[in-house]
Design a protein around this ligand. Structure first.
Ligand SMILES: [Zn+2]
Length: 591
């Protein structure tokens, strides 16, 4: 279907009567181009909750600057706990806005939807079989770093919040490592409720095109197969049609092979678990990423977001039984033996040898060489133009791992153990020290990124040696059985070569540090003695020098090489402390 943008400008939502003017939102009162501050947003939510019985307000956490992070529970039958909602048989939809406060479209959209439901009795039937959870502003501190200069590429609202939290962390990179208090609050709420469907509202940057809104779901083989099919064949076609009919043509959220240059071709990629929808995917729950288009007027972006949330509610109203069953089956499958018997793909890559041709509603543009920067300057015009473009949408696993029956973590890795709890992972604790035969990894040939990533020193390059040995684990060690619904999450955290693993994020960097050193006056003597006692060592030394010409010029490196071959060397250096138990065994655990 072909639509022009001017058709998007007509308001589609309910027009309120004069006596209801007091219920206009801040956005409506500010010419559809303003967004309310934290306090005004909270006040409006509280007014709604006072007006109706069906809204309950929970505080799910406190931000680093002390602001409550709230979540509204919206249920027609006043079921406000996960237990009661579960009993009612309804599906749970979690909507999140304001993770990036500079992109507040979702906050406006949900305020309008709830206002229309509570004051205008509109669309209330959509709550017959669905309980809605809504986090109006996840990044509450970032939201209050308020300015007209937060988003240079974006067309409104006039002023808005800032992308990161007060600690300068991007919460939408934090889902797996969970460093920020706001993320930790989100994880506790998520695991308490285990919503059936998740929506995260954003505004994109990038090239210009006609679509006011794009979406992404994890349909690339990185989540449960049956849920993937449901998203691809049931959910997406239904909402795409509704969006088209409403005048909001929607496309998949894509990248361009060359920056800013749609004609270069389109490609898709898997969302890593550091991202919201990538995280819910490994928790066996469909996640919809909404990215409205930054150059479209704020009103068009808000109204398209509103329409997509309402279309989702309509679909969930029909599909709630099926979706809940699929989610339960995905959970059961993750806990099953057959799941563990198949290698699990943790990383993926887009194949650039396979593509399909698609129609893409672009905007005409030209490319000139800039006399200022010397680079390509993409100048977008006004004229809509349909491009027929190659879309690279074949995604292949690039790293898979053989799963263990259980992981075992020594008790000193307290931060890692705390994170397991946040992710809803069940584990047991060893009642006494035991010797366990485990498969384990030694890290090698690693390198870190030169600049920090989200405040962490991340490991960009890593190889491992895999071997089996019997290890003595002390009492208090943590035994993480894989026969649980979070098996994908556990593997992503604990497999070192996973793209968002705790090794990648630097939780285990200390194990790579050499903590004892040989002085030259000791090592010069001992090295000579070692060469005398072990005739093979000379050959090994020669080989090492040939392989490491630069290092062999350093007397320190040479002596350290001999230190490494000596019994004084720290055998725990580079040894990943998390063991993998490959066969079922009974261990003495605290009940
Ligand atoms: Zn965003």
């Amino acid at each position: 279907m072909r639509l022009f943008l001017f058709s998007l400008l007509f308001p589609l939502f309910l027009t309120l009567s004069a006596q209801e003017d007091e219920w206009l939102t801040y956005y409506e009162n500010h010419d559809y181009n303003g967004t309310p501050r934290y306090t005004e947003t909270m006040d409006f939510c509280r007014r709604l909750a006072t007006e109706t019985d069906m809204i309950h307000i929970d505080t799910i956490g406190i931000s680093p600057q002390g602001r409550p992070v709230i979540m509204l529970v919206i249920d027609k039958d006043v079921n406000f706990t996960p237990e009661k909602v579960k009993q009612s048989g309804k599906a749970v939809l979690l909507v999140q806005s304001g993770i990036h406060p500079g992109e507040p479209d979702g906050k406006e959209a949900m305020l309008l939807i709830l206002r229309d439901m509570v004051v205008g009795n509109k669309d209330l039937r959509l709550l017959d079989h669905v309980t809605v959870l809504w986090i109006p502003i996840l990044n509450v501190d970032g939201h209050e770093r308020y300015s007209p200069y937060s988003r240079i590429n974006q067309n409104g609202p006039e002023e808005m919040g800032w992308r990161t939290n007060a600690q300068n962390l991007n919460l939408n990179r934090d889902y797996l490592k969970a460093d920020a208090p706001e993320t930790q609050a989100w994880l506790r709420a998520f695991n308490r409720w285990l919503p059936d469907f998740f929506i995260d509202c954003h505004t994109t940057d990038g090239a210009d095109y006609q679509y006011p809104i794009t979406q992404s779901m994890e349909t690339f083989g990185n989540m449960d197969a049956a849920l993937t099919l449901w998203q691809r064949d049931v959910y997406l076609p239904a909402v795409e049609l509704k969006m088209d009919q409403a005048g909001f043509p929607m496309f998949q959220y894509v990248s361009f092979r060359r920056w800013h240059d749609p004609r270069s071709g389109l490609y898709v990629r898997v969302a890593l678990p550091r991202l919201s929808e990538g995280y819910t995917a490994i928790q066996n729950r469909p996640g919809l990423l909404i990215e409205t288009h930054m150059l479209k007027p704020y009103r068009v972006r808000v109204e398209s977001t509103q329409k997509l949330i309402l279309s989702t509610l309509e679909l969930l109203d029909k599909e709630y039984v099926t979706l809940k069953e699929l989610n339960q089956k995905a959970d059961d499958f993750c806990a099953s033996e057959s799941f563990r018997k198949t290698p699990l793909a943790l990383d993926f890559a887009t194949s650039f040898s396979d593509s399909v041709m698609v129609d893409f509603l672009g905007i005409e543009y030209d490319r000139v060489t800039s006399d200022l920067s010397g680079g390509d300057w993409f100048r977008y015009g006004e004229k809509p133009e349909t491009f027929v473009l190659p879309m690279f949408n074949t995604i292949l696993p690039s790293y898979s791992v053989r799963l263990p029956e259980a992981y075992i973590i020594p008790p000193e890795w307290t931060t890692v153990i705390e994170k397991l709890k946040l992710h809803g992972v069940s584990f047991q604790t060893l009642a006494q020290a035991v010797d366990v035969n485990v498969n384990r990894y030694r890290l090698k040939n690693y390198a870190w990124q030169k600049t920090p990533n989200e405040g962490r020193q991340v490991m960009l390059k890593l190889e491992v040696d895999e071997f089996t040995e019997t290890v003595s684990y002390p009492a208090g060690s943590v035994l993480v059985l894989m026969n649980q619904r979070t098996a994908r999450v556990i593997a992503h955290m604990l497999e070192p070569k996973g793209p968002d693993s705790f090794v990648y994020w630097g939780f285990f960097n200390a194990i790579t540090e050499q903590k004892e050193y040989a002085e030259s006056y000791s090592m010069e003597k001992i090295a000579r003695q070692m060469l005398q006692e072990n005739p093979d060592l000379n050959q090994q030394f020669t080989t090492w020098k040939e392989k490491n010409p630069e290092l062999s010029k350093s007397s320190y490196a040479v002596l350290n090489w001999f230190y490494q071959q000596s019994p004084w060397w720290d055998v725990q250096k580079d040894l990943y402390p998390v063991g993998r138990i490959m066969n079922k065994i009974d261990l003495p655990v605290i009940e």
